[in-house]
Design a protein around this ligand. Structure first.
Ligand SMILES: [Zn+2]
Length: 306
């Protein structure tokens, strides 16, 4: 395993594209290569001006069209546009170091990741929860909520200050806390046989949590993000991300399960209750379970989760 001088993996953004979404704002999907695995890790970036340093760095022999095709352009593409580094319609222009070709981050055209506290989620892939409608975990709900919080100015129901259209969801391809989908399906069968999520991993001789967030940290640094408001309940994630000087976690924004405060929304299943209980009681996640005062009625009171 090769690590850079800061002890982090080396990452390089291969391509970026604008994705119009069904939820409102356009997002910019960034695909990353790295030097520790061959998976296609992603960054879902809200804000055209959050720029990958590795993507935008000028390369020998490339044309302006090459730069536009890989997504290293400022502003917005339109039919017939010829220059990547300048958008004459929007009056935006990028500058580069003459010797190294590195992007010079000018706050008029590039998000200042030191000046702003950026709302960030580092999310691990969950095929079952995000695509196959699984009610065994809340990954899909957390992913959706992270996007909504980054897009909004302020969430009325919780008072959480949103990202107002600026933020990043780093999407790491580490299914099943790093054990892969096949082993995760076996773990589900063990859970149906009575194990909890921690015991199931141990019975399969896997670590309880095999995830590594260093790639996520390296991707944030490549995007010029330094002061982070991290959307998580996971103390291990905070410990892996927060060490200054490269990244400073200035705030933890709690991810409260939606069904704890709503009878109609969120995930309601026997399995999700067991999953969340195990996360809290055995993995130290920073949540407090709602106190159910009357288990046979619909009344549920949520204690202060922070
Ligand atoms: Zn999941």
């Amino acid at each position: 395993m090769t690590r850079s001088s800061e002890g982090l993996p080396k990452v390089r953004c291969v391509a970026r594209a604008r994705i119009p979404t069904t939820q409102g704002p356009d997002i910019f999907l960034h695909l990353y290569a790295n030097n520790i695995d061959d998976k296609e890790h992603l960054a879902i970036v809200f804000g055209e001006d959050i720029r990958s340093r590795s993507l935008f760095q000028r390369r020998a022999g490339e044309t302006q069209r090459d730069r536009m095709i890989r997504g290293a352009y400022v502003g917005k593409l339109y039919p017939g546009r010829e220059v990547a580094d300048e958008d004459d319609r929007l009056g935006l222009k990028l500058e580069f170091d003459r010797e190294t070709g590195e992007l010079i981050a000018d706050s008029r055209s590039t998000w200042d990741g030191y000046d702003h506290d950026t709302l960030v989620r580092i999310h691990s892939e969950c095929y079952t929860g995000e695509t196959a409608w699984s009610a065994r975990c809340d990954c899909g709900e957390q992913f959706d909520r992270a996007g909504r919080l980054i897009a909004c100015e302020h969430e009325a129901s919780t008072g959480i200050v949103g990202g107002s259209g600026h933020g990043v969801i780093v999407y790491l391809r580490q299914e099943g806390r790093g054990i892969g989908l096949g082993e995760k399906l076996k773990a589900y069968n063990l859970q149906d046989l009575g194990a909890d999520t921690v015991q199931a991993n141990l019975l399969l001789e896997h670590p309880v949590d095999g995830r590594d967030f260093s790639l996520g940290k390296a991707i944030l640094i490549d995007l010029g993000i330094h002061n982070v408001r991290l959307l998580t309940n996971n103390p291990d994630k905070i410990a892996q991300i927060e060490q200054p000087p490269l990244i400073n976690c200035v705030e933890r924004v709690a991810m409260i399960p939606i069904h704890w405060s709503s009878e109609d929304a969120g995930i309601h299943s026997v399995e999700i209750e067991g999953y969340l209980t195990t996360k809290i009681e055995r993995m130290g996640h920073l949540l407090q379970k709602p106190l159910k005062l009357h288990s046979k009625t619909t009344t549920t009171t949520t204690l202060n989760p922070a």
